[in-house]
Design a protein around this ligand. Structure first.
Ligand code: SF4
Length: 82
């Protein structure tokens, strides 16, 4: 099962895709192979993915609906969206 609406830790980041907010624009996938679209055209984070923090942040910033939330895993600070 995919990680929809779950918080997944990747490196120093915790990453979450807001399923209700995702419109399947796939911009995130262009920036990071950590994401894929599921059968409902919603972005999900691929299980066990290894990805750089920079790519994850670029993917989140590319999302037109700000559906990707990135928090600092250590502090809980929301890094994106600002
Ligand atoms: S860029 Fe945003 S809206 Fe598009 S698939 Fe990724 S999370 Fe969904």
């Amino acid at each position: 099962m995919a990680n929809t609406d779950k918080i997944v830790q990747v490196g120093k980041y915790k990453v979450q895709v807001l399923r209700e907010t995702c419109i399947g624009a796939a911009s995130c996938i262009a920036f990071s192979p950590a994401f894929e679209l599921d059968g409902e055209k919603k972005a999900v984070i691929i299980d066990g993915v290894v990805e750089t923090e920079d790519n994850l942040m670029m993917a989140a910033q590319a999302c037109p609906t700000k559906a990707i939330i990135i928090t600092d895993a250590a502090t809980g600070e929301v890094l994106w969206p600002k």
